[in-house]
Every structure is written in structure tokens, then in C-alpha cells.
Design a binder for this molecule. Structure first.
Ligand SMILES: *Cc1c(COP(=O)(O)O)cnc(C)c1O
Length: 379
């Protein structure tokens, strides 16, 4: 399909091309100095002591859960309105996902009250997903997690560069995970990032990212280390230097790209305000510290959702849905017995939600065109 307005787009220029070419010229492709350089940049930007670049955002979540020591017989609390990677990572470490309601349709973010209500004695981790780049109620979530002896793990895949009370999202919890997938605010194709302020957790992340080995390929290559021991059954979640170079080039542009996303979101808000049958989640949230990853809209009547998406498609406008509730996917229903009605607020949100195009290369005229098409379809 040849879209007139795509849902997302990458924001590349000569800097990304040059960064990749330089890696190729260097003839060192696997995790090395460029990865370390990016990790220093990301840690400084996020105000975290440690940052680890990994192969993708799902690996970042799995690595963080493993480093936190979560495993069989233990529960992870998480929202159902998020990408399935969140739950798959929990299953991958052998733990059980326990889905928690969102606050409301207006704030589709994990509810501290419902987390408290659904936490059983096996709960070990609370995963907070900053949906669309807006902050969860982190002080309340952190207070609950602290009191209940849980680790707070942030999924900030939508939120690089976003803040709450002056502190970067991703830097509030025991660990924070980011995705650098092609459609995210910082896009490298496949990449992820874990940050933490905890030195011991950082050591676990370092070991588990690369086979549980005590030395790195680069150190052995340079003659800094002759051999190695293996102290964990780790993974290979290492990034390539090409990923790291792209990540540095992209992160250097993040403030500008997020600023553009905020301006476009403000334009959508103005253009769609008062549209009958339509509401905007986060309508009352300030934009200045948000990463504005998604332009999410809500229909009053779920029956109008499919026709709206169809009508936008005919106009050449790509849409999506973020997200079908995870607990209603076949695997999760069959394995854990989840049923419709388990999370009524989340299910009602999903039934009414549509995602409109938003990316930093979008023009004002494209926002106007999409908003006009939405208004016409709902008239
Ligand atoms: C994209 C995404 C992930 C997974 O990241 P990948 O890099 O695609 O593996 C996890 N959580 C959320 C909320 C995401 O949007």
C-alpha cells in the first residue's frame, strides 16, 4: 500500500550515513568502543549511573528481569495495554504475568491502586510502561513497590527524553528499558537500552548480556585479557557497533525530534478539539516533558472504530491500534486462563482506541489533512 501519510517514519540525514560508514571503515563491528561511547552519552542524558546497549528492546526487558533475579514461581505485575514484548519477556524468564488495570481511558497507564489490589505474595516486580511517552504516576508506583518489596522496572520504550519532576523516565526505577526499533523516537532498526543506578544490578546486566563471561572480545583482542571464566548462563544480547553508531547519531537529535513531536501533538489537539464522538487521551497533560511517541485517539462508540480506520485507509492515511490487550491473546488465555472481563477498563479502552500518524518528519499540513479526514469520517 502506498500511503499518503505513514504512521511513522525515520528521521535520518547524512550524519547517520557517515556514522555507519565510519564503523565499516574501522573494521570492528561487534560491541566495542562505539557502544561504550553511546552508553556514556545515554547514561549522562538520562542521569543514570549505568547504561547497556543491547540487541533490542525485548532483550532489554528480559535482561533486566533476569538481572533482578526474577524466575519461576514469581509474578510480575504489568499493564495489559502495552506491546506483547512486555509479557513475553516475563514468560521468557519463567515468571508469571499478572495484568493490572490502567488508571482510566484518559490515562492508559498502570494504576497504582489496581497494582496494590492485584499483587499477591509471589509478586516480585512491577513493570511501569510510559504509554505514548507520558509518565506513569511514578511516585505512587515507587512508594507501593518499596512498601511491598517489589522492584520497579520501567518500560520507557515510548519515552526517551521524557521527564517527570525533572527526572528522566527510565531513571526512576531499579532499572529502565528502552527500545530503538525502527518506529520508535530513537530509531536504529533493532536495538535496546537498559539503564540503572544500582552498581550490583549493573554488574549482573553486564555479565548476562554476553554469555556470563568475565571478559569481552574487545579486551581479548587488544591483549588486555588472555582468557575468561563463565559465571552465569548468560545470553548474547550484544549490539553491533553499527547499532551503537546509529544510536549516537539519533540520540544527538532526540531533543529536536521530540520537540517536533510535541508541536505536532499540540496541532492535533487543537485541530481535533470538540470533534463529536472523539476524545484524546492525555488531553489535560502538559506536553513539555513528554516524548509524544503515539497520537492516540478514542472513539465514544467502539462500533465506529473499524469504519474510521477504513475511511482513513481509503484516504491514504495509515493507522494502527495500541494495543490489543495482551491478556486476550490466545497464548495468554490458553496458558493462564484469562478471559474477557478480567480487565474491563483496559478492554474498553482498546475497543475504542485508534493511533494516528505521528513522527518528527511530519508536516503541519499532514496533521491538518489527517484531522480533516477524521472529522469528515465522524461527521
Ligand atoms: C517496542 C516496544 C517494546 C519492544 O521493543 P523491541 O525493540 O521491538 O524489541 C517493548 N515495550 C514497548 C512498550 C514497546 O513499544
Amino acid at each position: 500500500m502506498d500511503w499518503k501519510v505513514t504512521l511513522s517514519d525515520m528521521d535520518f540525514d547524512g550524519r547517520e550515513a557517515e556514522a555507519v560508514a565510519e564503523v565499516l571503515r574501522s573494521r570492528w563491528l561487534t560491541m566495542g568502543e562505539r557502544t561504550q561511547a553511546f552508553e556514556r552519552e545515554a547514561a549522562a542524558a538520562l542521569g543514570a549511573r549505568h547504561a547497556f546497549l543491547v540487541s533490542n528492546g525485548t532483550a532489554a526487558l528480559e535482561l533486566a528481569l533476569k538481572a533482578l533475579g526474577v524466575g519461576p514461581g514469581e509474578d510480575v505485575l504489568l499493564p495489559s495495554i502495552t506491546f506483547v514484548a512486555c509479557a513475553n519477556a516475563v514468560v521468557a524468564v519463567g515468571a508469571r504475568p499478572v495484568f493490572v488495570e490502567i488508571e482510566s481511558a484518559d490515562r492508559p497507564l498502570v494504576s497504582p491502586e489496581d497494582a496494590r489490589a492485584r499483587a499477591g505474595s509471589a509478586a516480585r516486580v512491577l513493570m511501569a510502561v510510559h504509554y505514548a511517552g507520558f509518565p506513569c504516576r511514578l511516585p505512587e508506583l515507587a512508594a507501593f513497590a518499596d512498601g511491598a518489596g517489589l522492584a520497579l522496572l520501567e518500560d520507557a520504550a515510548h519515552a526517551p527524553g521524557a521527564k517527570l519532576a525533572g527526572r528522566a523516565l527510565g531513571a526512576w526505577g531499579a532499572a529502565g528499558c528502552f527500545s530503538l526499533f525502527s518506529n520508535k523516537n530513537v530509531a536504529v532498526g533493532e536495538g535496546g537500552l537498559v539503564v540503572t543506578g544500582d552498581d550490583r544490578l549493573a554488574e549482573e546486566l553486564r555479565l548476562l548480556r554476553s554469555h556470563g563471561m568475565t571478559t569481552l572480545t574487545l579486551d581479548r583482542h587488544r591483549g588486555h585479557a588472555a582468557d575468561y571464566d563463565v559465571v552465569r548462563a548468560g545470553h548474547n544480547f550484544r549490539p553491533s557497533e553499527i547499532t551503537a553508531a546509529l544510536a549516537s547519531a539519533q540520540w544527538a537529535k532526540l531533543a529536536r525530534m521530540n520537540e517536533r513531536r510535541r508541536a505536532l501533538t499540540a496541532r492535533y489537539r487543537a485541530a481535533l478539539a470538540g470533534t463529536p464522538g472523539l476524545a484524546l487521551p492525555f488531553a489535560a497533560e502538559p506536553l513539555e516533558d513528554a516524548a509524544c511517541h503515539l497520537m492516540s485517539v478514542l472513539l465514544e462508540d467502539p462500533a465506529r472504530r473499524a469504519p474510521l480506520r477504513e475511511s482513513l485507509k481509503r484516504a491514504g492515511i495509515q493507522t494502527s491500534a495500541h494495543y490489543p490487550p495482551i491478556h486476550l491473546f490466545s497464548y495468554y488465555r490458553d496458558r493462564y486462563g484469562f478471559r474477557p472481563g478480567d480487565l474491563p477498563v483496559s478492554e474498553a479502552f482498546a475497543a475504542r482506541q485508534v493511533t494516528l500518524p505521528l513522527h518528527s518528519r511530519m508536516g503541519d499540513d499532514e496533521v491538518d489533512l489527517v484531522a480533516e479526514a477524521v472529522r469528515k469520517a465522524l461527521a
